[in-house]
Every structure is written in C-alpha cells, then in structure tokens.
Ligand binder design. Structure first.
Ligand SMILES: Cc1cc2nc3c(=O)[nH]c(=O)nc-3n(C[C@H](O)[C@H](O)[C@H](O)COP(=O)(O)OP(=O)(O)OC[C@H]3O[C@@H](n4cnc5c(N)ncnc54)[C@H](O)[C@@H]3O)c2cc1C
Length: 301
C-alpha cells in the first residue's frame, strides 16, 4: 500500500500536482493501459530529486514518463507512482547557438523555438512526438539524424538522488541506446549545440520532414511509432511485409497497412492484443527470414 498522504504532503510542499488512480491510456500515445496509483506532474529538477529520494526511502515503485510515445502500458496498470515530465517542466533557454531544455520540453517545441531563432540541426527530428528527456533516453532519430548529433551535455538524477552533469561523449549514444537506457537514472535537462541558419530554410526542411511522415506513417491511428528496432542488415518493416504480415490483426491491434513497421491501435486495442500480435510477428519473421526482431517501445508494468 502506498502512503499517498505522505506523498501528497511532499507534492504540496514542492508545488507539484498529484493525481490518484490515473489512467495510463491518457498518458500514452498508444491509448491503452490501466491505472497507476498516482501520477505527479514534476515541476523542476530539484522537485524530481526530492520526490525520488522520498520514493526510494519509502520503497515505493516509480517510473518516469514523458510524452508516453514509446511506451506499451500494461492492461493491469502500474502498481506505483508515475513521475510525469511534461508541460510543468519544459523551459527552453537559448543562448547563442546553445539550447538548454528541461527534460519535459517537447522535441517539437524545441525545434520550433530553434527555428524562430535561426538555429538548425534538428530539422529531421521534427515530428518525433516525444520529450527531449525521452528522446535522449533512447537516442531518438529519424531520416539520418539522431539526438547524438546535437546533444552536448545533460543533467540527471543518479542512483542516490543527486543531480549530476554528463557530457555527450560519456553517454554511449548509439542506435536507440544511451547510458540512461534501462537504468535508474532520470534525465532532468538536455543541452544541445545547433548551427546558425536561415529560419525560412529551417522551417521548409522541418515541413518537408513532417510531410514525409504524414504521407508514409499511419499518424491517424494511435501507436508508439516503429514497433521493432531495425535489425542489423535489414529493416523491420520490409521483413514484416515480405512475410505477408501487413494488416495482420489481433483484437484491436493491427500491423498498419500504410507502414508495416507500425503496430496501430485500430480501436479498443489492449496491451495484451499488442503483445500477442508482436509475438506472432516475431515468430513468423524468425521462421521465414531468420531475423530476430526486438521491440522498440518500453513495456511499462
Ligand atoms: C507516431 C510516432 C512516430 C515516432 N517516430 C519516431 C522516430 O522517427 N524516431 C524515434 O526515435 N522515435 C520515434 N517515435 C518514438 C518516440 O516518440 C520516441 O522514442 C521519443 O523519444 C520518446 O519520448 P517520450 O517523451 O514520449 O518518452 P516516453 O515514451 O514517455 O518514455 C520512453 C522511455 O524513456 C524513459 N524516459 C522518458 N523521459 C525520461 C527522463 N526524463 N529520464 C529518464 N528516462 C526517461 C521512460 O521511462 C521510458 O522508459 C515515434 C512515436 C510515435 C507515436
């Protein structure tokens, strides 16, 4: 049992909004999942550090989410506290060509702000629907660019609840991986170095990128983006298509007809539908092609 009154008191002291029995459906782009015991809208790095220290001392299970765009939330919900890094923690500060963002800032807002200030380098990342914290966590990337190309440093909360700084070359950034992946480290700010450019040209490149996305990806349906990582030597979408799995459906979950790298929620999908479908896709692809597919989104349970 979680001592909600103690946690609520701490949230009040820190000025963080806390809500009990929140549906993960409302906090993930796949739009399914049960309730978490409480969801806290974190408002600063210091609040995050205090909350984490409290949760660890009280042995309360917790997880961090940003936009929830790379998460598969369990139908049973999450028996713990969600620290939500969103609009309450999303300041973007631009100084010359350096952009420092709170972890909850949306990548889209950062790209827009950068563009307004004549700063380029993130055009291809425009359209990834996550926060900068979530993007750094997995070194998000698209169309030949990735976070690795622009990040110079970050601040995070370590295992002891202390705020630490780390430079990009210490982050082990590689394909959908960073030192933060799968570890109990919480990113609180991300600093990027961009390059000077002409705002109209930057905007045109961002728009082109967004147009490519909407013409190729099933953005009209809830999803968590690419469902499988790119296996060495091939593409998940190609393998899935070659195995005749385009349109394959389990309950409300479907391999998109528009882009077979995306599993979509056609309506009323559950976590169980999605995981069952993914297991079958993995099984068939392995059997027919010899490639092992690995899930890209994180299963929150
Ligand atoms: C339509 C669509 C298109 C997409 N296109 C792309 C694409 O082109 N390229 C790409 O790389 N991804 C893509 N994605 C996936 C997703 O948007 C990215 O992975 C994004 O970076 C996730 O950010 P988030 O804030 O939503 O993270 P969440 O989904 O909230 O969290 C994902 C993981 O990151 C962890 N995390 C989040 N914030 C922090 C933090 N501050 N500190 C520590 N850990 C944290 C969470 O605990 C979780 O394990 C797409 C998703 C969708 C729905």
């Amino acid at each position: 049992m979680i001592n909600i009154s103690g946690l609520s008191e701490l949230c009040e002291k820190l000025g963080c909004d806390i809500r009990q029995e929140c549906s993960l459906k409302d906090h993930t782009t796949f739009r399914f999942g049960g309730n978490c015991r409480a969801l806290i809208n974190v408002n600063s790095a210091e609040s995050a550090a205090e909350l984490i220290k409290y949760l660890r001392t009280e042995k309360i299970k917790y997880a961090v989410i940003g936009r929830g765009s790379n998460i598969i939330a369990s139908d049973d919900g999450y028996d713990g506290v969600i620290l939500h890094f969103g609009s309450s923690f999303s300041e973007i500060v631009i100084d010359g060509t350096t952009v420092k963002c709170d972890a909850g800032a949306l990548l889209a807002s950062v790209c827009m702000q950068a563009c307004k200030n004549g700063l380029g380098g993130m055009e291809n990342l425009y359209g990834i629907p996550g926060t900068v914290g979530g993007a750094l966590y997995m070194n998000a990337g698209a169309y030949g660019s990735e976070m690795k190309d622009v990040v110079i440093s970050a601040e995070y909360i370590d295992e002891n609840g202390d705020i630490r700084a780390v430079s990009a070359d210490e982050m082990e950034l590689s394909y959908r991986h960073s030192i933060f992946s799968g570890r109990d480290l919480v990113i609180v700010s991300v600093t990027m170095k961009l390059s000077q450019g002409e705002p109209s040209e930057i905007k045109a490149a961002m728009d082109e990128c967004m147009n490519k996305r909407s013409s190729k990806q099933p953005l009209e349906y809830p999803s968590a983006g690419s469902t499988f990582k790119r296996p060495e030597g091939s593409y998940a979408s190609l393998l899935i298509e070659q195995c005749g799995l385009k349109g394959f459906t389990v309950g409300g979950a479907q391999v998109s007809e528009k882009h077979s790298g995306f599993v979509i929620n056609k309506g009323g999908a559950t976590c169980s539908d999605v995981l069952q479908l993914c297991e079958e896709v993995k099984r068939v692809v392995l059997e027919k092609s010899g490639y092992i597919l690995e899930l890209e989104p994180i299963i929150l349970k």
